[in-house]
Design a protein around this ligand. Sequence first.
Ligand SMILES: [Zn+2]
Length: 224
Amino acid sequence: MKLENIYKIEGKITILTGLHIGAGNDTMEIGGMDQPIIKHPLTDAPYIPGSSIKGKMRSLLETRYFIDRSVTRNDYLSKGKPCNCGETDCLACTIFGNMAKNSATGPTRIVVRDANLTSEFQNMFNSGKLPMEVKHENTIDRVKGTAMYPRPLERVPAGVQFDFNISLKQYEGDADNLKGYVLKGLKMIELDALGGNSSRGCGQVRFDNLKVDGESVELQDINL
Ligand SMILES: [Zn+2]
């Protein structure tokens, strides 16, 4: 397979509503937050794992674009799993990878790197001026109308920015809309959310200063 091009897609992720990407309970400290966010193990700074961006993009794209396609693909969707058809005309399997036995798609085309704080926000964090938000979530007592079971949820506060960076390989014979498909995925994340608790308002983001190989791209111009 001949590698024809490697696109560089980069920009900033601006957090519009508090972002909660959970760290899992194995990192829980005694007396600490019971729903902590993921943080860099050395610096303790929040970041957005590339896998969170990649996974969200793929699941949104698959639910949007696999409707009415082959039974096999619908079968994967009906079970809630990612597509694993391994067919060369499947953009999801080609771009994001698959484990199909007779896969014909070749190497995974996309690399989504972890998104770290921009230097501005990293400096704020380093000087102790970027506290994480603690949001208390409750269940409303149906009879009394009062809050019960308050649970603290840690979030990256709105306004914070991360640098993000994707590399996308184009091999000879690949469909020419690989890049367009990835941009649709980013637009769908803007319309949906990143991280957990999105139905309760968390994780709205915007991609700013988006560039493909140095050329500006506006997601509002991308049609879904
Ligand atoms: Zn597939």
